[in-house]
Design a protein around this ligand. Structure first.
Ligand SMILES: Nc1ncnc2c1ncn2[C@@H]1O[C@H](COP(=O)(O)OP(=O)(O)O)[C@@H](O)[C@H]1O
Ligand SMILES: [Mg+2]
Length: 585
């Protein structure tokens, strides 16, 4: 059955002019005209049975009838007649709804197979009819699990559905100026994911904003801070260490070797050799023979950093036999590794980097990685019951200079695990990257931590689909997010965006035919979004529903707070936390 059952009496008006995709409707009833708004959807009768044309209102004008103008201004004393008016609505046709195509019912196509005839009726698309139409265009099964972020701005009776498969298959971006509602939208999306028994998502939470998200579906991790060193807490307490041995070659070089040093190439080479030897030492046990045979510098194998340091120190001070018998000369690397060694020692001793260099003993065992990866990438049903499938990883205690390396390390672990999982056993996972401009930057210095991170995310953006990894890039500065990654995102959830550079980046992601839709970006309300892409065939303006548990708002009500009767101060604790580098309890 067709989702449209319009009666002629419900018509808003009828067609008076057609010019390919542009149609003009004359509306006689002023009340009907008032109900219409720009960007609303309308349905037009098609000349073919079983088809309807869908259009979007682009302009509404109310002007006097030309004939009335031609008749001239009434002279004094003439009875003033009720002026005739021409109420015109300009519509752009955007597609066709076919009642039936083969076996399929209610199929929407973004093509125009016919044009409307003169006098064809035009109807408003609203309420339940709009909801059903949305289900059709997002390809949502009527009784299947639904993904809905909210309702239409122009019609809050109509629920806006998205296609949950398509949203994650070809990646998505959530953008908007600070305070426009990105975090709430993310939380709302997570609410919807949380309802699914095999939910599987990792959220990179850079400021610890998502701590309040509660429920069986959620599992919270915090990257260990300085205060966790003595406590010897581990993954079972929700404290995640990222021991240095997980870092790949590029990341190790970015971290330890100063590219501006003239000895940099030597340092990289010697470090690689020392780490390779140290990892091989771990694999000395016969049970690891197979791993050893296929070993590379990037293999995730624990090694003793002390052994590496000792090795480097030895080379740095080495004397070798000289040309004359009995004489000695400096070895090839004598004195050339000093800066590398001091960087390594400084990082190792840095309490802010304790999660990397001072891991508790269990993190140094081969088996630890399996446990950690399982907690991170297994879906809800495969977790051991007490933990959920939505994994929120709090990076708030990670220093900003190593943030790109650390976030991308987790992304890399998720990606590598997916690659090495047999496709029949692979469970799809979505990676949600909040504040993505901080670690997937557009401008990254060569060989820096930034460029290592960008490379990993670019790879996931390009190849993730094949391995069941969906990326959701969330940022207030889309113009500062890597363009390659952004251009791979086929779904855009754009909230209010005021900066011109950011707007133009997002407008470029919108399909050409939607040019004017982008003009709405700066005027959207808080919590309002334009949604365009694979997951929704037609661009829609949605009011995002409130999430069940709300992220910690970063929005402070200055005036209200200043007007409050209660004094608020906690400097002593702030200084204490600052000194021990942990907000702690
Ligand atoms: N969908 C919404 N409905 C109502 N209020 C919202 C909505 N989204 C955001 N807000 C308001 O805006 C504030 C900022 O939202 P937030 O998601 O933290 O913004 P962002 O992450 O874009 O900086 C919230 O604290 C809330 O008060
Ligand atoms: Mg936010």
């Amino acid at each position: 059955m067709s989702i449209f059952s319009f009666k002629d009496a419900d018509a808003l008006g009828s067609v008076i002019s057609v010019d390919t995709a542009a149609v003009i409707i004359r509306v006689d009833d002023l009340d009907c005209l008032k109900r219409l708004q720009v960007n609303r959807l309308v349905v037009l009768q098609s000349s073919k049975a079983g088809q309807h044309l869908i259009g979007v209102v682009v302009k509404i004008t109310r002007k006097p009838d030309d004939r009335a103008i031609a008749a001239g201004v009434p002279e004094d004393g003439d009875e003033i007649a009720e002026p005739n008016e021409n109420n015109l609505v300009r519509i752009t046709l955007i597609g066709t709804l076919l009642d039936k195509v083969g076996e399929a019912k209610n199929v929407f196509r973004r093509t125009l197979e016919t044009v409307p005839e003169i006098e064809a009726n035009c109807f408003s698309l609203e309420g339940e009819t709009l909801t059903s139409f949305m289900q059709v265009i997002s390809n949502v099964e009527i009784d299947g699990p639904k993904l809905s972020l909210g309702t239409f701005t122009l019609d809050d009776d109509a629920v806006a559905y998205l296609n949950g498969n398509k949203l994650f298959q070809r990646h998505a971006v959530i953008v908007g100026s600070t305070g426009s509602g990105k975090s709430w939208t993310t939380a709302r999306l997570l609410d919807q994911i949380a309802a699914l028994p095999q939910a599987n998502t990792v959220l990179f939470d850079i400021h610890g904003e998502y701590r309040p998200l509660k429920g069986d579906a959620f599992q919270h991790f915090r990257i260990a801070g300085p205060a966790d060193i003595e406590k010897q807490t581990g993954i079972d307490d929700g404290v995640l260490h990222l021991p240095y041995w997980l870092l790949g070659y590029e990341a190790l070089v970015a971290m330890f070797v100063d590219r501006s040093d003239q000895n940099a190439p030597n340092q990289s080479m010697v470090m690689t050799r020392a780490i390779t030897e140290a990892k091989q030492a771990t694999l000395g046990d016969p049970q690891y023979k197979e791993i050893l045979d296929n070993f590379t510098i990037d293999s995730p194998v624990p090694f003793a950093i002390d052994a590496v340091l000792a090795n480097l120190n030895e080379l740095n001070t080495q004397m070798v036999p000289g040309a004359r018998s009995g004489s000695e000369k400096q070895g090839d690397y004598h004195g050339k590794l000093s800066r590398l060694i001091s960087r390594l020692e400084a990082k190792r001793a840095d309490r802010r980097l304790a999660f990397l260099f001072q891991p508790p003993a269990p993190c140094m065992e081969m088996g630890w990685l399996e446990n950690m990866v399982h907690r991170l990438v297994a879906g809800r049903g495969a977790q051991d019951g007490k933990t959920g499938g939505i994994k929120v990883v709090d990076f708030s205690e990670v220093p900003s200079d190593v943030l790109p390396l650390m976030v991308s390390l987790l992304a890399q672990i998720i990606f590598s695990t997916a690659i090495w999982t047999k496709s029949a056993q692979r469970h799809p996972i979505a990676i949600l990257c909040d504040e993505a401009h901080l670690y997937i930057p557009e401008r990254a210095q060569a060989d820096s931590g930034d460029s290592v991170a960008v490379e990993i995310f670019e790879r996931i953006a390009k190849e993730g689909r094949k391995y069941g990894i969906g990326l959701v890039v969330i940022s207030q500065r889309p113009s500062e997010v890597n363009r390659t990654v952004l251009s791979q995102c086929n779904n855009v959830i754009a909230m209010r965006l005021t900066n011109g550079d950011d707007q133009s980046v997002i407008k470029r992601l919108l399909p050409d035919s939607l040019g004017s839709f982008g003009e709405l970006l700066p005027v959207l309300d808080v919590g309002e979004a334009l949604v365009v892409g694979d997951a929704s065939l037609l661009p829609t303006r949605i009011r995002i529903a409130e999430p069940e548990s709300k992220p910690d708002s970063q929005t402070v009500a200055f005036w209200d707070e200043w007007n409050s009767q209660d004094a608020k101060s906690d400097t002593a604790n702030a200084i204490k936390s600052w000194r021990r580098q942990s907000a702690g309890d």
